[in-house]
Write a protein that binds this ligand. Structure first.
Ligand SMILES: CC(C)(COP(=O)(O)OP(=O)(O)OC[C@H]1O[C@@H](n2cnc3c(N)ncnc32)[C@H](O)[C@@H]1OP(=O)(O)O)[C@@H](O)C(=O)NCCC(=O)NCCS
Length: 260
């Protein structure tokens, strides 16, 4: 079976913990995968930890797409959509196009990939329990989300904040609009483990087409995926990859919710 064919059923979420990679020769090989634009961006980071995560994230992205399309990772050419969403500029040598999205936070990188032209967005956020998340929610969340968050038991509130944040970001990233869409004009709620999405009239031409999945990884990260159309219930296949070294299937972490 072609690698792309195996993506037809469900998206695949490739995860990499950059703190596991310190081998300098491997990191040098990652550099050799990047194009001049990525290398210039890499050099602009002030902090070594940010530089490291960027390098690993982009090596991961190239290795995942290369593997999915049966191409050399360094041969892939990227361009950006109108609002900056990265896309592959050279058509895949396959009848099935590929959608993908990258996110990184707190040392973790994730790449979500699916077959077909329909959009995908992913967001991962590291939990910072000390963060002033109530103020952030007041500023960025819809009034319904703020109300629902206040009703969550105090001990669970910061994790729920990150679940909501990653769902909002995953949707924005699937749309590819960046912050053009006002964050308070759409929102998420949970009924048990069902994720419900609502959007102000006119914000989304077909809000019913979206599917969502939200989980926690390693106990300290929230991660969400947004899919444009597709199966009503989906469970991404989770893979852990050390680019150019190894990849293994991992368990789905603790799932928080999904649309159905
Ligand atoms: C840039 C943005 C798309 C995502 O930013 P982010 O959550 O900080 O970063 P992530 O790590 O999840 O995603 C970054 C990756 O998304 C991709 N990306 C960039 N622009 C994108 C866009 N318009 N659409 C989708 N993906 C995009 C890139 O691959 C980027 O990686 P790179 O910078 O290494 O090339 C944008 O939505 C943003 O600035 N968000 C922050 C908004 C905020 O403050 N939200 C408050 C809480 S709700």
């Amino acid at each position: 079976m072609d690698v792309v064919d195996s993506l037809l059923d469900a998206p695949v979420l490739w995860v990499c913990d950059s703190s596991e990679i310190s081998d300098q020769s491997l990191l040098e090989r990652y550099r050799q995968l990047l194009d001049p634009v990525e290398l210039a961006r890499l050099e602009r980071f002030r902090f070594a930890s940010d530089r490291h995560l960027f390098l690993v994230s982009h090596a991961l992205l190239r290795c995942v797409l290369g593997r999915s399309l049966d191409r050399e990772p360094e041969s892939l050419v990227f361009e950006r959509g109108v609002h900056g969403k990265p896309l592959l500029s050279d058509p895949a040598p396959s009848s099935v196009p590929l959608s993908f999205n990258l996110s990184h936070s707190g040392g973790q990188a994730v790449v979500a990939v699916r077959a077909g032209a329909a959009a995908i967005g992913v967001d991962i956020e590291s939990h910072h329990p000390g963060r002033r998340f109530a103020a952030l929610a007041e500023r960025y969340f819809s009034s319904e989300e703020v109300r629902a968050l206040r009703a969550v038991h105090a001990e669970a509130r910061s994790e729920r904040f990150y679940d909501l944040w990653t769902l909002k970001e995953a949707y924005l990233k699937a749309r590819g609009t960046g912050l053009q869409l006002p964050l308070g004009d759409f929102g998420f709620s949970f009924q048990g483990d069902t994720v419900l999405f609502s959007a102000k009239a006119g914000l989304d031409p077909a809000p019913w087409r979206w599917r969502f999945w939200c989980a926690r990884l390693a106990g300290t990260f929230s991660v969400s995926v947004a899919l444009e159309s597709g199966p009503v219930v989906f469970e991404p296949q989770l893979m852990r990859m050390i680019p150019l070294r190894e990849s293994v299937a991992i368990s789905a972490g603790s799932r928080i919710g999904y649309s159905r």
